[in-house]
Design a protein around this ligand. Structure first.
Ligand SMILES: Cc1ncc(COP(=O)(O)O)c(C=O)c1O
Length: 479
C-alpha cells in the first residue's frame, strides 16, 4: 500500500526535538566545551510537558483506569495543563486545569482555546486548602468519573524522559555527553534524564537548577533566600515532589529571576532561540557550571518551553522594568514619563448608579456618546465600570438580562490612579487595560482615562492602545 507522510493526529507526532549549538553565549563566557540546547518548545503543545501528558494518559488508558468521556483534572503551573488539554482535545476527555494565579495569561488563553476549564488558585503553600493541589483533590471528589493523573507522583512522568528525552540526547550526541543542565519542577525531566545517563554515560554530570525561594536543592543550606521572588514559572517548590530522585543530581545550583530573564532574552536575541524564562535559568547556570568542562566535551541544556507563554511578561520591557529586572529601562523613558496626571486636561465622566438597568445604561451611553462609565454608589464609592460591549456579552452569555440592574454586569477589575501619579504609571496601566479611573481625594467623582487622552503626550501610546475616548462633560452626571 502507498504510504503517505500524513499523521492521523498531532499526538502521533514523530521525531525528536532539535539539539542546537549555542554559538555566541558560550564563547562570551569563555567556555571551552561545546554548549548545546535541547529545544523542547518544538513539541506539539510547546513544551517538554507534552511528553509526560501523553505518557500518563496512555498508561492510564492501558491500565483501564480512564476512558474518553471521563474528566482529567490536573494541578499544574501551566505546561502540563497545555499538554493534557491537547491530549484531551484530540482523544475526547473533559479537562480541568487548576492553575496558580501567578501563571501567565498566555497559558490561560491557550488552555481555553484547547477547550479546557480553568480554576485559578491564590499563591499559597502546597498543603493549604486553597493550593492548586488541594483544590484539584476537592474537584476530584465532587466530579464523577474524574481522575488526577498527578504528575507529582506518576511514575510515567520520569519514565517519559527516561524513554524519550534522554534517548534523544544520547542519539543526537552519539553517546558523548559530559554534562546535562536542567531545572526541576516536578523533577520528572531531570530524574528521567539523570537515570538513563547514569546507566549509559556514567561520566556525565547532572546539574539541577532550582530558583532562589525554592527548597528543592541539596544540600539544604543552599536554600537560604526564602523571601526571594520566584517570577520564573515551571521550576521550584516549597515541597519535594515524589517523582524527583535527587540522588541522580550531582550538583544543585540556585538560579535567580533577573539572571534567568536576561539570559532568556539573550538566547532569543543572540541565538534565535524563542525560549521561555526557565530556559534562561538553566542557561544562566550552565554557563558557570560548564567552566569545568574542556575542549571536545559537551554540555546539554534543557530549554523546557517557549516565549509564547510569556509575551506579556519577560519579553516586555515595561514588565521587566517594573519588576526591577531591567535597570536601564529608566534611561529610555519618554519626556512625559514623570509629568503628573493632573496636567492632563481631564473632564468629569458620565456616572451610572447601580440600580439603572442594562437596557437603559446602553441607551444612556449611546445617547451621550460615551464608550464606558463608572458605576458609583450613593456614597461615592466606585463599584466598577460598564461598557456597552461588556453589557451585551453578559446578556448574550445568559449571565444577565436587559432588565437587570447594571451592577450585575460591572467589571470590578479596574485600575485606579491619583492626580498625583505620573504619566509613566498611567502608561503602564494602559499597556494592559483599556481604561484607568482617576480618583481624587476632595472630589468624589472620578474621571476615566484612556489611551487617547494621552495622545498629546505620546503618539506611540495612542497608536498601540485601544482608543476609547473620554468625552467632555461640563459636570459629572449620575444616571
Ligand atoms: C516551564 C517549565 N516546564 C517544565 C519544566 C520541567 O519540569 P519538571 O521538573 O516537572 O519535569 C521546567 C523545568 O525547567 C520548566 O521550566
Amino acid at each position: 500500500m502507498h504510504k503517505t507522510n500524513i499523521l492521523p493526529n498531532i499526538l502521533k507526532k514523530v521525531g525528536r526535538t532539535p539539539l542546537v549549538r549555542i554559538n555566541k553565549i558560550g564563547k562570551a563566557y569563555g567556555l571551552k566545551c561545546e554548549l548545546l540546547a535541547k529545544c523542547e518548545y518544538f513539541n506539539a503543545g510547546g513544551s517538554v510537558k507534552d511528553r509526560i501528558a501523553l505518557r500518563m494518559v496512555e498508561d492510564a488508558e492501558r491500565a483501564g483506569i480512564i476512558k474518553p468521556g471521563d474528566t482529567l483534572i490536573e494541578p499544574t503551573s501551566g505546561n502540563t495543563g497545555i499538554g493534557l488539554a491537547l491530549v484531551a482535545a484530540v482523544k475526547g476527555y473533559r479537562c480541568i486545569i487548576v492553575l496558580p494565579e501567578k501563571m501567565s495569561m498566555e497559558k490561560v488563553d491557550i488552555l481555553r482555546a484547547l477547550g479546557s476549564e480553568i480554576v485559578r488558585t491564590p499563591a499559597s503553600n502546597f498543603d493549604s486548602p486553597e493550593s492548586n493541589v488541594s483544590v484539584a483533590q476537592r474537584l476530584r471528589y465532587e466530579i464523577p468519573n474524574s481522575h488526577i493523573l498527578d504528575q507529582y507522583r506518576n511514575p510515567g512522568n520520569p519514565m517519559a524522559h527516561y524513554d524519550t528525552t534522554a534517548e534523544e540526547i544520547l542519539e543526537q550526541c552519539e553517546g558523548k555527553v559530559h554534562m546535562v543542565v536542567g531545572g526541576a519542577g516536578t523533577g520528572g525531566t531531570i530524574t528521567g534524564i539523570g537515570r538513563k545517563l547514569k546507566e549509559k554515560c556514567p561520566e556525565c554530570k547532572i546539574v539541577g537548577v532550582d530558583p532562589e525561594g525554592s527548597i528543592v536543592a541539596l544540600p539544604s543550606e543552599l536554600n537560604t533566600a526564602e523571601d526571594a521572588t520566584m517570577e520564573v514559572e515551571g521550576i521550584g517548590h516549597d515541597f519535594i515532589p515524589t517523582v524527583l530522585d535527587r540522588s541522580v543530581v550531582d550538583l544543585w545550583c540556585k538560579s535567580n529571576d533577573a539572571d534567568s530573564f536576561l539570559m532568556a532574552r539573550r538566547l532569543i536575541r543572540e541565538e534565535g532561540l524563542l525560549c521561555g524564562g526557565s530556559s534562561g535559568s538553566a542557561m544562566s547556570i550552565a554557563v558557570k557550571a560548564a567552566r569545568t568542562l574542556t575542549e571536545g566535551q559537551r554540555c546539554v541544556v534543557i530549554l523546557p518551553d517557549s516565549v509564547r507563554n510569556y509575551m506579556s511578561k519577560f519579553l516586555n520591557d515595561r514588565w521587566m522594568g517594573k519588576n526591577g529586572f531591567l535597570k536601564n529601562v529608566q534611561e529610555h523613558k519618554p519626556w512625559w514619563w514623570n509629568v503628573k496626571v493632573q496636567k492632563l486636561n481631564l473632564s468629569a465622566p458620565l456616572l451610572l448608579v447601580p440600580e439603572v438597568n442594562c437596557q437603559k445604561a446602553i441607551e444612556i451611553l449611546k445617547e451621550k456618546g460615551y464608550a464606558q462609565a463608572p458605576v458609583v454608589a450613593e456614597s461615592g464609592h466606585i463599584l466598577g465600570m460598564v461598557t456597552p460591549s461588556n453589557i451585551l456579552s453578559s446578556v448574550l452569555a445568559g449571565n444577565a438580562q436587559f432588565s437587570d440592574p447594571v451592577i450585575k454586569v460591572i467589571n470590578d477589575q479596574f485600575s485606579k490612579i491619583s492626580l498625583d501619579d505620573n504619566l509613566g504609571n498611567l502608561s503602564n496601566i494602559l499597556e494592559n487595560d483599556h481604561f484607568a479611573i482617576v480618583v481624587h481625594d476632595q472630589m468624589q467623582s472620578p474621571a476615566t482615562l484612556c489611551s487617547s487622552c494621552m495622545r498629546d503626550f505620546s503618539p506611540s501610546l495612542s497608536r498601540v492602545m485601544d482608543p476609547l475616548a473620554i468625552h467632555p462633560s461640563p459636570k459629572p452626571h449620575a444616571w
